[in-house]
Design a protein around this ligand. Structure first.
Ligand SMILES: [Zn+2]
Length: 69
């Protein structure tokens, strides 16, 4: 998947339902985020063009997908 943290530091902004006016594709699961759904906007500090919209669950759970040994 497209891991924004591979670009270094990221800014994560939480969008409330009323702020989510468009639909987006979550890069983690490739499913849509419907308008009116609270979610995260993830912006790499050094690559702001690569901002992505993530489901809350996908962002919160991304680290557990590849457990470290
Ligand atoms: Zn997702």
């Amino acid at each position: 998947m497209d891991d924004p943290e591979s670009h270094g530091e990221v800014n994560v902004k939480f969008l409330q339902p009323y702020q989510a006016r468009k639909s987006y594709i979550c890069p983690n699961c490739n499913r849509g985020i419907s308008p009116g759904t609270s979610h995260y906007v993830v912006v790499p500090v050094h690559a702001p063009d690569l901002r992505r919209h993530w489901h809350r669950g996908c962002w919160d759970g991304r680290r557990t997908r590849t457990p470290r040994r």
